[in-house]
Design a protein around this ligand. Structure first.
Ligand code: ADE
Length: 219
C-alpha cells in the first residue's frame, strides 16, 4: 500500500511511523509512507497555504490551489483521497478494514478553521469514480488532522495481511470483539492473583472463560 500524506507540519510525522507495527510494515515493504509539505505546492514567494475566509468568520482557511496541486502530483487511478476533518464520517474499525483493502491512500491534514470547500468539489469532479472521503476520528476538535491521520495509518497498517505475526488478533478485531482481561507473570502481584482458571491448564474451560469475558467496544 502506498500512503501519501499532505500537511503543513511534516516534522510532526518524523518519529510516529518509526516504531512497532508501522516500522515492521515499512521494513517488509508492505506499506510505503510519504509525508509531503503542503508549502512545497505553493506558487508564491511566501509559500502561503492559508488565508482569511470570505464572509468574515474567524480563523484561517487552507487554500484550495496548493492542496489540488499536491493531490494531482501523486494521484493514481486507484487512489482514495481522504480529508481529515472533525465534520467527517466517524472513524471506526469497519472503516479501518475498508481502507486497509485499498492500494493507495492520499491523506490531506486540515488545519486552522478548515479547508476551502472547493477542494472537495473539484476533486470529486475530476475523479468522479473515487469520491473524496471526509473522516473524523471522534466528536472533538483537534487543531489539525495530523494526529488523526497518524491514528488512522496505524489502525489500517495492522490490518494489512502479512503485517501482524498473529493474524488471529486481527480477525477478532474485525468482528468487533476485543481481548478478554489479560494477565502475565508473576501469578500474584501485591496479593492479587490471576483468575485460577487461567492457570488450571484446562484448555476448554480457559477458552470458555476467554470468550465469555471478552471486552466490547464502548460507544
Ligand atoms: N481535525 C480536527 N479535529 C479532527 C477530528 N476530530 N478528526 C479528524 N480530523 C480532525
Amino acid at each position: 500500500m502506498q500512503i501519501d500524506i499532505f500537511t503543513i507540519f511534516p516534522k510532526m510525522f518524523e518519529s510516529p511511523f518509526d516504531w512497532g507495527t508501522i516500522r515492521i510494515a515499512k521494513s517488509k515493504k508492505i506499506v510505503s509512507i510519504n509525508v509531503w509539505d503542503l508549502r512545497n505546492f505553493t506558487n508564491d514567494i511566501h509559500r502561503k497555504v492559508d488565508d482569511y475566509p470570505y464572509g468574515g468568520s474567524s480563523g484561517m482557511v487552507l487554500k484550495a490551489e496548493p492542496i489540488l496541486k499536491a493531490v494531482r502530483s501523486v494521484m493514481t487511478p486507484d487512489a482514495r483521497v481522504v480529508l481529515l476533518t472533525p465534520a467527517g464520517k466517524l472513524y471506526n474499525q469497519s472503516l479501518a478494514q475498508e481502507l486497509s483493502e485499498e492500494s493507495h491512500l492520499i491523506f490531506i491534514c486540515g488545519r486552522y478553521q478548515g479547508v476551502d470547500e472547493r477542494v472537495k468539489d473539484i476533486i470529486n469532479m475530476e475523479y468522479p469514480d473515487k469520491t473524496m472521503m471526509e473522516i473524523s476520528i471522534g466528536n472533538y476538535v483537534l487543531s489539525g488532522g495530523e494526529l488523526a491521520c497518524m491514528s488512522i495509518v496505524e489502525s489500517i497498517t495492522r490490518l494489512i495481511p502479512g503485517v501482524l505475526k498473529n493474524p488471529e488478533s486481527m480477525f477478532a478485531d474485525s468482528l468487533g470483539e476485543l481481548d478478554p482481561p489479560l494477565y502475565t507473570k508473576p501469578a500474584e502481584v501485591e496479593g492479587v492473583k490471576v483468575p485460577e482458571i487461567l492457570t488450571s491448564g484446562h484448555h476448554t474451560k480457559i477458552n470458555q472463560w476467554n470468550s465469555t469475558n471478552r471486552k466490547q467496544w464502548t460507544h
